[in-house]
Design a protein around this ligand. Structure first.
Ligand SMILES: NC(=O)c1ccc[n+]([C@@H]2O[C@H](COP(=O)([O-])OP(=O)(O)OC[C@H]3O[C@@H](n4cnc5c(N)ncnc54)[C@H](OP(=O)(O)O)[C@@H]3O)[C@@H](O)[C@H]2O)c1
Ligand SMILES: [Zn+2]
Ligand SMILES: [Zn+2]
Length: 352
């Protein structure tokens, strides 16, 4: 059954160009939270998706999965949220709720996890994302935006932030001083730097060019900056890092980075490179290194990173733009020309 009519910006085909599109939300169910979208971050995954690069994309597709909104209606069984609350939604809007993964707060890995957009919801409807005037989401996948956090600041934390936070949590409480590497200084990477620093790690950024060196060392507070094509710089840091958070969205050779790891160091892959990644087995074996993947974080971890941000007094580095700039924002993100996350001012764009 159809609920309220909303206006979003949708891609119609794999050119990935977005334009206005009207559609209906589902009718409000007992545990649903309906909110007016205030801000939405622009993630590289949105670009992969509108271009049909990583999942089979169904069009028209309204992307957006770093969504902050103000609650305008709640179903009768919603206890955690009320009208007027500022809330957030990330990459997922459903999961089975019954498997071990769901029951141990790892529902992002549930085999029946429902993506915020480009997915079929439990009732058979097609999910659409936050580049839209309003959204409806089951309360279990909604988080509270802390009062002390500006909504536009919070948006990138809902995917990029928790994506960096979740794999880095394993180092909390380590007796050893942790030496971190962050590969790729974009949306996820810059939050990775801030989180790793706030966790007390010594942070080295590994970047594809020299362009971001100065601001990375001053504004983001990184300890060290390497350009991946500079072999002299790379050699100096050989065998030094405990982990490398790999956020690069395009194909690259993992074996160029494995030598930077200390013994039994870890490559933590979060970049969703469309092609298969390659590495030399001997490089991995000889250092006892491992490569692991990580996908966003649970709803609980998403709440944790928001609270962590307030507790540590961190600041997201964003560029706020209106919805009619979104195609330009994609173009600039692809050219690696954003410091470091575009956030769409959805409510200020008068979509309806
Ligand atoms: N695992 C998950 O749950 C998850 C969650 C969110 C995003 N992702 C994925 O993580 C990746 C990064 O997302 P993002 O939003 O952070 O992307 P982004 O803002 O575009 O940043 C990517 C960074 O990678 C580096 N890079 C190196 N070569 C590049 C090239 N040829 N083109 C573009 N960038 C290049 C750039 O940093 P330098 O200038 O420093 O080289 C760039 O800033 C994407 O693949 C995205 O789909 C995964
Ligand atoms: Zn499940
Ligand atoms: Zn994302």
């Amino acid at each position: 059954m159809e609920g309220r009519k909303v206006t979003g910006w949708a891609a119609r085909d794999s050119s990935g160009i977005l334009s206005p599109y009207s559609f209906n939300l589902r009718k409000t169910g007992p545990e649903d939270v309906v909110f007016k979208v205030l801000y939405c971050g622009v993630d590289h995954t949105d670009l992969h998706q509108v271009r049909n690069e990583i999942h089979m994309t169904t069009y028209p597709l309204v992307p957006g999965h770093e969504v902050v909104g103000e609650v305008i209606e709640v179903g009768p069984e919603v206890k955690k949220f009320g009208v007027g609350d500022v809330v957030g939604v990330g990459c997922m809007v459903g999961s089975c709720g019954e498997c071990t993964r769901c029951k141990t707060n790892k529902e992002q890995y549930c085999n029946n996890m429902v993506f915020t957009y480009n997915a079929i919801y439990k009732d058979g409807s097609f999910t659409q994302g936050g580049f839209s005037s309003a959204m409806i989401v089951h309360q279990n996948y909604v988080v509270n935006i802390p009062e002390k956090l500006a909504p536009e600041q919070a948006a990138p934390l809902l995917c990029a932030g928790v994506t960096a936070y979740s794999p880095l949590k394993q180092f909390i409480g380590s007796k050893k001083a942790i030496k971190a590497g962050i590969l790729g200084l974009g949306g996820v990477g810059h939050l990775g730097v801030l989180i790793a620093k706030a966790m007390g790690h010594h942070v080295t950024i590994i970047s594809s060019s020299d362009k971001k060196r100065e601001e990375a060392l001053t504004d983001l507070g990184a300890d060290c900056f390497l350009v991946s094509s500079n072999s002299a710089e790379m050699n100096k840091l050989k065998n030094s890092l405990d982990y490398i958070l790999d956020t690069v969205p395009v194909n690259h050779q993992l074996q160029d980075y494995i030598p930077l790891l200390d013994v039994q160091g870890k490559i933590l892959v979060v970049g969703a490179v469309p092609e298969p990644l390659q590495f030399s087995a001997s490089g991995l074996i000889l250092g006892g290194a491992s490569i692991s993947g990580s996908f966003i974080g649970s709803t609980q971890e998403t709440q944790e990173i928001l609270d962590f941000w307030v507790e540590k007094g961190l600041k997201t580095k964003i560029e706020v733009v209106k919805m009619d700039y979104v195609n330009k924002a994609f173009e600039r993100m692809e050219k690696n020309d954003v410091r470091y996350r575009f956030v769409l001012d959805v409510a200020g764009s008068n979509l309806e």
